[in-house]
Design a protein around this ligand. Structure first.
Ligand code: NDP
Length: 317
C-alpha cells in the first residue's frame, strides 16, 4: 500500500466534486480530486441539460462536465482517476484508500460520490444486462432505433427517457406501477401528447423475456386486476430512481435508511469533524446539477473554514 498526505481530498467528479475543487483550488488549498468509476458522474449519461442557469440554449451533459473539469484544473486541482474503496474516520487526519492500494491521509475530506441508477431486482435484469436491459436511454437508445422498447418508472427520468426513445423507436411502453405519474406536469404532458408512447397504468414487471441474442419482451401484471400480459420489446429501460454511492461510509457517517448522508442543516458538515458531504450523496430531495454544484461550493467553504480554525488552534496551543 502506497501512502500520501494531502490537505483537501475530494471524492467524486460530478457537479458537486468539480465545484468543490474550483473553490478549494482558488482558496489555495491544492485539492486532490479522485474521479470515481464514472468520471463526470451522472450528467455524462444525459443529453441536453436545459435547466442549468447560464446556458440559455441548453448544453450537452458530457460537454458540461468537461467544462467543469477544465475550470477545476485551471486553478490547480490535482485530478486523478481512481475509486475510493474504503475509509477510516476513527482518528484524525482522515484515511481514505484509493483502488485498494493507495492510502491517503487527508486533513479535510469532501464527499461528492453522487448516486447510481436503481434496478428492479429481477434475475432476468442481470441475465440481459447490456443485452437489452439498460438504465440510460441516452447512452443506449441508439441501439434500438426502429425497434419497440419499454421504460419502467413514472418519474421525470422515466418520462424524459420515454420521450427521448419515442424519437427513435416506433413504439414505447411506459410501465407505471400506479394510476398516476410522479413526473412534473410538463413532462407528463409531453409523454401523454406523444402518440407512440403507451402508458401501462397499475402495471409491474414480472419477468424480462429473451433468448441468447437478448431481450425479446416482458411479462407484465396489472396489480389491480391480476391480469398478465406480454409485450414484445427489444430494449428494456429501467428508470426507477437512484441509490446514493455511500456504501464505503457505512458505520462511519450518519445516513438515512436509503444511504443518503446526513448533514447538519444548512451546511455540509457530517457527524465527523473535517468530513463534508455534498451533491446527490447527501441530497434526497432536489438531486439537480445546480443544487449539487451549490452544495459542492458549501463543502469547499466549510472545509476552508475548518482548516483555518485548526490552524488557529495549532498557533494558540
Ligand atoms: P423518482 O424517484 O422521482 O421516480 C421514480 C419512479 O420510479 C416513480 O414513478 C416510482 O413509482 C417508480 N418506481 C420506483 N421503484 C419502482 C419499482 N420497484 N418498480 C416500478 N416502479 C418503481 O426518480 P427519478 O429518477 O425519475 O427522478 C429523481 C429526481 O430527479 C426527481 O426529483 C426528478 O424531478 C429529478 N429529475 C429532473 C429532471 C429534469 O428536470 N430534467 C430529469 C430527471 C430527473 P412511484 O411513483 O409509484 O413511487
Amino acid at each position: 500500500m502506497t501512502k500520501e498526505d494531502v490537505k483537501v481530498l475530494i471524492i467524486g467528479s460530478g457537479p458537486a466534486g468539480y465545484t468543490a475543487a474550483i473553490y478549494a483550488a482558488r482558496a489555495g488549498l491544492k485539492p486532490v480530486l479522485y474521479t470515481g468509476g464514472q468520471p463526470g458522474g451522472q450528467l455524462t449519461t444525459t443529453n441536453d441539460v436545459e435547466n442549468y442557469p447560464g446556458y440559455p440554449d441548453g448544453i450537452n451533459g458530457p460537454q458540461m462536465m468537461v467544462d467543469f473539469q477544465k475550470q477545476a484544473e485551471r486553478f490547480g486541482t490535482d485530478l486523478r482517476y481512481g475509486l475510493a474503496t474504503s475509509v477510516d474516520f476513527s482518528g484524525y487526519p482522515h484515511k481514505v484508500v484509493i483502488d485498494e492500494n493507495h492510502e491517503i491521509t487527508a486533513e479535510a475530506v469532501i464527499i461528492s460520490t453522487g448516486a447510481s441508477a436503481k434496478y428492479l431486482g429481477l434475475e432476468s435484469e442481470q441475465t440481459f444486462a447490456n443485452k437489452g436491459v439498460s438504465a440510460c436511454a441516452v447512452c443506449d437508445g441508439f441501439f434500438y432505433k426502429g425497434l419497440p422498447v419499454a421504460v419502467v418508472g413514472a418519474g421525470d427520468t422515466a418520462a424524459e427517457e420515454a420521450t427521448y426513445l419515442a424519437n427513435l423507436a416506433p413504439k414505447v411502453y411506459m410501465i407505471a406501477r400506479r394510476d398516476e405519474m410522479r413526473a412534473s406536469k410538463i413532462m407528463q404532458q409531453r409523454v401523454l401528447n406523444t402518440p407512440n408512447i403507451e402508458v401501462l397504468w397499475n402495471t409491474e414487471t414480472e419477468e424480462i423475456l429473451g433468448d441468447e441474442a437478448g431481450v425479446t419482451g416482458a411479462r407484465l401484471v396489472n396489480n389491480k386486476t391480476g391480469e398478465k400480459t406480454e409485450i414484445e420489446v427489444k430494449g428494456f429501460f429501467v428508470a426507477i430512481g437512484h441509490k446514493p454511492n455511500t456504501d464505503i461510509f457505512k458505520g462511519w457517517l450518519d445516513m438515512d435508511e436509503t444511504g443518503y448522508l446526513n448533514v447538519k442543516p444548512g451546511t455540509s458538515h457530517t457527524n465527523v469533524e473535517g468530513v463534508f458531504a455534498t451533491g446527490d450523496a447527501a441530497d434526497r430531495v432536489y438531486r439537480q446539477a445546480v443544487t449539487a454544484a451549490g452544495t459542492g461550493c458549501m463543502g469547499a467553504l466549510d472545509a476552508e473554514r475548518f482548516l483555518a480554525a485548526k490552524e488557529m488552534e495549532a498557533v494558540t496551543e
